[in-house]
Design a protein around this ligand. Structure first.
Ligand code: ADP
Ligand code: MG
Length: 397
């Protein structure tokens, strides 16, 4: 067990026993939240993203049961939920958070895995709805706990596990998320970013110099809704642009295959909004590739500049920013020691991610927090994160 976790583990064990008297967990499953460093709305265009698993995790302590019942308890919502293991499990109407657990159990069973009953205690440090993917951390941590309690020697292939968790979220939590969140949570490595090719879901670990660079997340507290209409409209415009490009360039199967000059050559066939949307995606893919190169050369300053350009493109061409996230990004850009900042995730609120010199982080936090409060009358939550090993088991027996 890592010493750094010992006090948290002790607390989880204490709380576990209160919820499940007389039981003792066999292990704790940990899965990270994740931060999207660059690559906005490139995932559904089969493009590239650079993200990282972070040291804010969802912890699931697990003990065996003799029956085929899964008992869940979430410390955050202070609520329990039970269900019998069956591949025909329906989503629950009265307990939305528990659907992440019901979903992964049903999907694992549908995949042919044999699961046994378990008592599961969930304690998460990943804030909900801050763009750090508390949902993926929850699914991955639960799925791994359910597998590990049933078949301790079995290690599922990471991509398959990510797909199962994504499917669970799509169909049980009614969220049309892509594969990025789960993949990064599972495949993240300490002090590395994850370069993800969303076409074949292949990943590459890129060294991330945490000693010289802090990741900062500023939650605007404006709620984003991935299921909202604007997200769907962006996807539609991308498909429209791709269809026009494909007629002229049959090799363009997704916007990931198109270049700026290809797009310019069909400009007269696209309305200005569709052109702008496609232009963002094509530019963003190029920025992610450049950012990957910068990271492999440990050029954080260049990575930061690309993040800032990414924000401008998201704001002007893709139009997924809002007054609050623009304000946050602009404030951060002006701070000494900030390498760059951009809106992350679906947009229309949510969080802004920044890279900064570690010594400057405290100052930046204070300055930006004050400016935000003065302008919007509400504080922004600020988190410091470090790229971390995505998942692990802490054996307790
Ligand atoms: P995020 O960007 O944080 O992933 P989502 O809307 O995708 O936001 O997922 C948040 C949802 O995940 C919550 O509303 C809740 O249903 C579920 N969730 C996440 N963490 C927990 C937790 N610790 N306990 C219970 N439910 C959780
Ligand atoms: Mg989510």
């Amino acid at each position: 067990m890592c010493d750094g976790y010992s006090s948290l583990v002790k607390e989880v064990l204490r709380n576990f026993v209160e919820v499940y008297p007389g039981q003792r967990p066999a292990f704790i499953s940990r899965a990270s939240g994740r931060v999207e460093l660059i690559g906005g709305h490139t995932d559904y265009n089969e493009g590239f993203v650079i993200a990282a698993a972070i040291d804010n995790s969802c912890w699931v302590a697990a003990s065996e049961r003799d029956d085929d019942k899964i008992c869940l308890y979430s410390e955050l919502v202070k609520e329990g939920h039970e269900f019998i293991l069956s591949s025909n499990l329906e989503p629950a109407d009265d307990c939305r958070w528990a659907n992440y657990g019901r979903g992964v159990a049903a999907m694992l069973l549908q995949e042919g895995l044999t699961l046994r009953g378990a008592n599961l205690y969930i304690a998460s440090e990943v804030p909900i709805g801050a763009g750090l993917s508390s949902s993926a951390a929850l699914e991955v941590s639960l799925a791994r706990a359910m597998i590990h309690i049933s078949q301790p020697e079995y290690e599922m292939e990471p991509i398959r596990l990510a797909q199962i968790c994504q499917k669970a979220e799509n169909s049980y939590a009614n969220s049309p998320c892509g594969i990025m969140d789960q993949t990064v949570s599972i495949m993240g490595r300490k002090d590395h970013a994850v370069f993800l090719d969303c076409r074949d879901v292949s990943v590459k670990a890129l060294p991330f110099d945490s000693g010289n660079c802090s990741i900062m997340i500023f939650n605007s507290m404006v709620k984003h809704e991935i299921g909202g209409g604007e997200y769907g409209k962006r996807r539609q415009k991308c498909e429209q642009a791709c269809a026009v490009l494909n007629k002229k360039y049959p090799q363009v199967k997704a916007l990931r295959d198109a270049s700026e000059s290809m797009l310019n050559s069909v400009k007269d066939q696209l309305d200005s909004v569709t052109f702008s949307r496609a232009s963002h995606v094509i530019g963003e893919n190029a920025r992610v590739l450049a950012a990957g190169k910068a990271l492999s050369q440990n050029n954080i300053a260049e990575f930061g500049r690309l993040m800032t350009k990414s924000h401008c493109s998201a704001r002007d061409l893709y139009q997924i920013s809002c007054e609050q996230t623009d304000f946050l990004a602009e404030q951060i850009w002006q701070c000494e020691g900030a390498y760059g900042a951009r809106i992350m995730g679906g947009g229309f609120g949510g969080s802004v991610v920044a890279l900064a010199e570690p010594d400057a982080a405290e100052n930046i936090s204070q300055k930006v927090h004050k400016a935000y409060k003065d302008s919007f009358d509400i504080g922004c939550d600020i988190y410091l994160a470090r790229p971390w090993q995505g998942t692990e088991f802490i054996e307790l027996k």
